[in-house]
Design a protein around this ligand. Structure first.
Ligand code: ARG
Length: 471
C-alpha cells in the first residue's frame, strides 16, 4: 500500500524529504500511548453508532495484536510511514484489512499526537515524584545518622556559622519537596484530553469527547479545539520543572565534588559510584555528580529549544511542533538517570564526622555567638560586632582561635566578658543556640526530620493513587 495520504499526489515523495520529515525514529517511544488512545477512540465510535459493533471489535483485536507485536519487537517501523501514528495504522490495516481504515474516523493526527503526549507525560510525572521520593528518603536517612555531626556552614564559600550536617541534608529534602509539589501540581494540566479537536476545528461526527476522557482517565477535555491541538504548555512546564530539579541536583553535585576533595575531605563517595584515571593510579573521581552537573546544560537546552520552537508559531498545528519530542524524551532519560543514581549514591556516602569537627574547631564560625553574648550584656549589636572584629583580628595575628584566648586576653577588648563565654563558644552550644523553627539546633532539626517523614508518607499515598490513575 502507498502512503495513507497518497490520494492527492502524483509523484513519489523525494527520498531526502521522507528522511527529513519522518519522526518514527524517535516517536516510536509513544507506541503504547498511541494504541491506548486509539482503543478509547474506537470504543467511543462504537458507542456513538458511528461504527458498527463488529468493526469496532475487529479494530480492537487488531490493535491488541499490534501492541503485542510491538512488545515482542517484531514490527519493522518504516520511515516511509513517517511517524508512529501512521506506522501503527498501516500495520493494523495490513493485519485486519480495509476495516482498519475506519479507525481514523473523526480524528486527526493533530489531536492524536497531542493525546499521546499527554498520556506519556502523566506517567512520567508520577514516576519522577517517586524517584524524587527515593532521593529524599536517602537524604533523610543521612540526616538521621548525622544529627550530631557539626560542620562549618558557609556563605560566600567562607566559613560562616557551624551547622548540623543533618540540617544541610534537610535543606535538599525541602528543595526536592518543592520539585515534587510542582510536578504534582502540573498533573492537572497534563491530565486533559485534546482528542476530538480533529485537525483544528472539531469534527462533523457525533463523537463523545467526555466518554473518551473517562476511558483514558483524563479529568477534563480541552475547552477549545484550536487550543487543544496547539498547546504544548504542559511539555514546557515539565521541561522547566525538570530544569529546576537538575539545577538542584547540580548544586548538590558541586558540594559533593568539593567535599570529596582532599582539601575538604568531608565525605567519601562509595567506590561503586566513582571512577578511576587511566594514568594516575591514586585517583578516585566523582564522575557521577560531575556528569549530572554537566548534563544540567542539556536539560536547560531542551527547555529553551522548545520555547523557541513555539515562539510566534501561528495556531494550530505546524510541522515545527514535531520538534517537541526529542528534547522531551532526552530530558526524561537524563533526569531518570540522574535521580536513579543519586539516591543510592547518597545512601552509601561516607560522612567524615571527625574531619568536619576538626574544621569547625579551626575557624571563627563561633564569632557571632560571642557578639550575641555581649549583646545579652547590654552592648548594642553594632558595638559588639566591632569588639569581636578586633578580637578576631588579634587572634589571626597571634595565630590562635577564640577558644585559645585567656579571659584576660578577652578582657582587653571588653570588660563585659566573663567565664561563661567558654561555654558559649562550644560548637554544640553554637548550633543549639539557633533554636528557632527551621534553625539548625538539634531539637529543631529532629522535628524537621519528623515533619519530612510525615510528608514523604503522604507523597507515597499520592504516588500509589496516581500511578494507578495514569496507567
Ligand atoms: N509526527 C507528527 C508530530 O509529531 C504527528 C502530527 C502530524 N500532523 C500533521 N498534520 N502532519 O508532530
Amino acid at each position: 500500500m502507498s502512503k495513507l495520504w497518497g490520494g492527492r499526489f502524483t509523484k513519489k515523495t523525494d527520498q531526502l524529504v521522507e528522511e527529513y520529515t519522518a519522526s518514527i525514529m524517535f516517536d516510536k517511544e509513544l507506541a503504547e500511548e498511541d494504541i491506548q488512545g486509539s482503543l478509547a477512540h474506537v470504543t467511543m465510535l462504537g458507542k456513538q453508532g458511528i461504527l458498527p459493533a463488529d468493526d469496532v471489535e475487529k479494530i480492537k483485536d487488531g490493535l491488541y495484536r499490534v501492541m503485542q507485536r510491538i512488545h515482542r519487537g517484531d514490527i519493522e517501523f518504516s520511515i516511509s510511514d513517517e511517524d508512529i501514528h501512521m506506522n501503527i495504522e498501516k500495520t493494523l490495516i495490513d493485519d485486519i484489512g480495509p476495516v482498519g481504515g475506519k479507525l481514523h474516523t473523526g480524528r486527526s493526527r493533530n489531536d492524536q499526537v497531542a493525546t499521546d503526549m499527554h498520556l506519556y507525560l502523566r506517567k512520567r510525572v508520577v514516576e519522577f515524584v517517586d524517584l524524587l521520593h527515593k532521593l529524599q528518603s536517602a537524604l533523610v536517612e543521612q540526616a538521621k545518622a548525622n544529627l550530631d555531626t557539626i560542620l562549618p556552614g558557609y556563605t560566600h564559600l567562607q566559613r560562616a556559622q557551624p551547622i548540623l550536617f543533618a540540617h544541610h541534608m534537610m535543606a535538599y529534602v525541602s528543595m526536592f519537596a518543592r520539585d515534587a509539589e510542582r510536578l504534582q501540581d502540573s498533573y492537572k494540566r497534563i491530565n486533559m484530553l485534546p482528542l476530538g479537536a480533529g485537525a483544528l476545528a472539531g469534527t462533523t461526527f457525533p463523537i463523545d469527547r467526555h466518554f473518551v476522557a473517562s476511558q483514558l482517565k483524563f479529568d477534563r477535555v480541552y475547552e477549545n479545539s484550536l487550543d487543544a491541538v496547539s498547546d504544548r504548555d504542559f511539555i514546557l512546564e515539565f521541561l522547566s520543572h525538570a530544569s529546576i530539579i537538575m539545577m538542584h541536583l547540580s548544586r548538590l553535585s558541586e558540594e559533593l565534588i568539593m567535599w570529596s576533595s582532599t582539601e575538604f575531605h568531608f565525605v567519601e563517595l562509595d567506590d561503586a559510584f566513582c571512577t578511576g584515571s587511566s594514568i594516575m593510579p591514586q585517583k578516585k573521581n566523582p564522575d557521577v555528580p560531575e556528569l549530572v552537573r554537566g548534563k544540567t546544560g542539556r536539560v536547560y537546552g531542551n527547555l529553551i529549544g522548545l520555547l523557541t520552537v513555539l515562539k510566534s508559531l501561528p495556531l494550530a498545528y505546524n510541522k515545527d511542533m514535531q520538534e517537541d519530542k526529542e528534547g522531551m524524551f532526552d530530558t526524561v532519560r537524563t533526569l531518570q538517570g540522574a535521580l536513579q543514581l543519586f539516591a543510592p549514591m547518597i545512601a552509601t556516602m561516607k560522612v567524615n564526622k571527625d574531619r568536619m569537627r576538626q574544621a569547625v574547631n579551626q575557624d571563627f564560625s563561633n564569632a557571632t555567638d560571642i557578639a550575641d553574648f555581649l549583646v545579652g550584656k547590654g552592648l548594642p549589636f553594632r558595638q559588639a560586632h566591632e569588639v569581636i572584629g578586633k578580637t578576631v583580628l588579634y587572634c589571626i595575628q597571634q595565630n590562635k582561635y577564640l577558644l585559645d584566648l585567656t579571659l584576660d586576653e578577652f578582657k582587653q577588648f571588653s570588660d563585659l566578658f566573663d567565664e561563661r563565654i567558654y561555654d558559649v563558644l562550644q560548637p554544640e552550644q553554637v548550633v543549639n543556640a539557633r533554636n528557632v523553627y527551621g534553625g539548625t539546633a538539634r531539637v529543631q532539626v529532629a522535628e524537621a526530620i519528623a515533619r519530612a517523614e510525615r510528608e514523604l508518607e503522604q507523597t507515597s499515598v499520592w504516588t500509589a493513587e496516581y500511578s494507578e490513575r495514569s496507567r
